[in-house]
Design a protein around this ligand. Structure first.
Ligand SMILES: [Zn+2]
Ligand SMILES: [Zn+2]
Length: 277
């Protein structure tokens, strides 16, 4: 099914992100860093990051002051965000894939969280916008609250110990990528920041459970949707999923309507998948 294949390829991208270390534009004279003898290795993380910052200077970012069209509507992707989730976002860059200088093939976007900066590919998915916005809010909460401590108490895993990471994939040790351990996929288990961000990324899901059921009536493959929408296939008996959603609401990543929708949709298609196996 062509639609399934298309969606599959885009969703593989939306879990791909990392939070970059803090460097301010003002602190860098990028060309000098790249030329310095200390950075002989052109592929070193420092040189790649310097090149990324240098590339950003070509772009005019969206900012809280520069997010409106002439008709007063908000420019995308700012128009997706609201309230506390966008409060600490200072700049959004929409850039070509080459200008990221990412070192993993599965990485497609990132946040400079403490600076409130998000870098997105030109063909970004909605989920990626919510994911990166969550990184920025999480960084702010780390400065002001015990959110991360509370999340770790709910998550009850040792982040970074459960997945195998290569340049091309992130999988559980058993080679699968199904939702488990209270995580939506293996990538979520690599750090608390990715776990939080991918839950918030569910706000950008393109299809509702009802729409997916409709596709199944036309013989779509349930397993394609399982990969794309793991939130709908979680095991609700694992209380960590709902507890994480509760925390996201408590700390204003979600408004009430979003919280209600997520609570209703959590694991709602799981039975269909089990029957299909
Ligand atoms: Zn991320
Ligand atoms: Zn960036």
């Amino acid at each position: 099914m062509k639609r399934g294949v298309l969606l599959l390829s885009t969703v593989l991208a939306l879990t791909s992100c990392k939070s970059e270390p803090v460097v301010t534009l003002d602190d860098l004279v990028v060309e000098e860093i790249v030329k310095e003898d200390n950075f002989i290795d052109e592929d070193s993380p420092a040189v790649k990051q310097a090149k990324h910052w240098q590339a950003l200077t070509k772009y005019e970012p969206l900012t809280p002051e520069n997010k409106f069209n002439p008709d007063g509507t908000e420019k995308a992707p700012f128009n997706l965000l609201e309230g506390d989730l966008e409060e600490h976002i200072n700049r959004i860059y929409l850039i070509t894939r080459e200008d990221f200088y990412h070192d993993k093939n599965w990485t497609i976007a990132h946040a400079h969280s403490e600076l409130g900066i998000i870098c997105l590919p030109l063909n970004y998915e909605k989920s990626t916008v919510f994911h990166e916005a969550a990184h920025v809010r999480h960084a702010y909460l780390d400065e002001t609250t015990n959110f991360s401590m509370e999340w770790r108490e709910v998550a009850r895993i040792r982040y970074g110990s459960l997945a195998d990471i290569t340049d091309y994939s992130v999988l559980w040790h058993d080679g699968t990528n199904v939702p488990k351990f209270g995580c939506l996929d293996a990538y979520n288990s690599t750090s608390i920041y990715e776990d939080v961000a991918n839950f918030v990324g569910v706000l950008g899901y393109q299809e509702t459970p009802e729409q997916i059921k409709g596709f199944l009536d036309y013989n779509a493959n349930i397993k394609d949707f399982f990969i794309m929408y793991p939130f709908y296939f979680c095991d609700k008996n694992d209380r960590r999923y709902q507890e994480k959603i509760d925390l996201l609401y408590e700390y204003h990543f979600l408004n009430f309507d979003q919280y209600s929708t997520l609570t209703r949709n959590l694991g709602c298609l799981r039975e269909l998948w089990v029957e299909d196996k």
